[in-house]
Design a protein around this ligand. Structure first.
Ligand code: ADP
Ligand code: PAZ
Ligand code: K
Length: 244
């Protein structure tokens, strides 16, 4: 049994896995990580490993303190991954993107795969049917777009993401919602169209904190799974155990 933890730029998420089964998922408040991990370890006494992927700004030591009671594995660029990395700057590729690519490679064998992670940033990652990671794209995430409009203007309020009522925004709030929500949906659909022009077949996985909000706006068939990164951490852990 393992506890996987995903440290993103907005939230820290975790899940307990027993083999392929997720037993429980969590979101950790940033200032109470150790306290929360202790509660989880008390509840799930069979946990032997802590598996962490971090692109956020949490001190490593917070996790390393648990080395007294279990094994702690930070997934890093030095680990072996089940794909061939075609990125020109592999050392600067986000470890979260590598884990997503690994999960897609292991879970969808022999297919072209596009993984879209709608978190702080929206990341696009493509792994082809030969298991070559080709790269993708990074753009501002949904919340970041709302915050950027507010932060860098004098007059725009900070709003919460809301489904636009009208395509043609009839007020400041409606205009912002239409611009951001319709804009992001068009972006994602546009990216998918571009990939479709090059690849006749590929599967699409949508994940991240905005999965459910965005899924209904996408015109293509997708696997919407907000826990895909945590599941991928479990998969890459099993891959490591088999290959070590
Ligand atoms: N409780 C929440 N707190 C912050 N963001 C949330 C929350 N629920 C949903 N979101 C959405 O999730 C996105 C962040 O997704 P997440 O996957 O947690 O990011 P990251 O992995 O980069 O930390 C934001 O764009 C926001 O709209
Ligand atoms: C692009 C990211 C900031 C996304 O982070 P997230 O939205 O998951 O918090 C992260 O994957 C990262 O720091 N990447 C490094 C640059 C790269 O992947 O090329
Ligand atoms: K992301």
């Amino acid at each position: 049994m393992i506890l996987t933890i995903d440290v993103g730029n907005t939230r820290i998420k975790g899940a307990v896995f027993e083999e392929d089964k997720a037993l429980e998922c969590f979101v950790f408040p940033k200032d109470e990580i150790q306290k929360n991990i202790k509660i989880i370890l008390k509840k799930y006494k069979k946990i032997t490993h802590l598996v962490v992927a971090s692109v956020g700004s949490v001190e490593k030591q917070l996790f390393l303190d648990f080395e007294k009671v279990l094994e702690v594995w930070f997934v890093s660029h030095e680990d072996s991954f089940p794909f061939i990395n075609g990125y020109a700057t592999p050392k600067t590729l986000g470890i979260d993107r590598m884990v997503l690519a690994a999960g897609a490679t292991l879970q969808f064998r022999g297919q072209n795969r596009l993984i879209i992670d709608a978190g702080t940033c929206v990341t696009y990652d493509f792994v082809d049917h030969n298991d070559v990671y080709l790269g993708g794209a990074i753009s501002p995430g949904l919340r970041l777009r709302y915050e950027a409009l507010h932060h860098y203007t004098e007059k725009l309020p900070l709003l919460n993401a809301t489904d636009p009522i009208h395509f043609i925004g009839k007020s400041t709030a409606e205009s912002i919602h239409s611009g951001i929500v319709n804009g992001l949906a068009h972006e994602i659909n546009g990216f998918v169209d571009e990939y479709s022009a090059q690849y006749s077949n590929f599967i699409i996985i949508l994940t991240g904190g905005d999965t459910d909000f965005l899924a209904k706006r996408l015109k293509n068939t997708i696997f919407a799974n907000s826990n895909f990164l945590l599941e991928s951490l479990n998969q890459i852990f099993q891959y490591k155990i088999k290959n070590d």
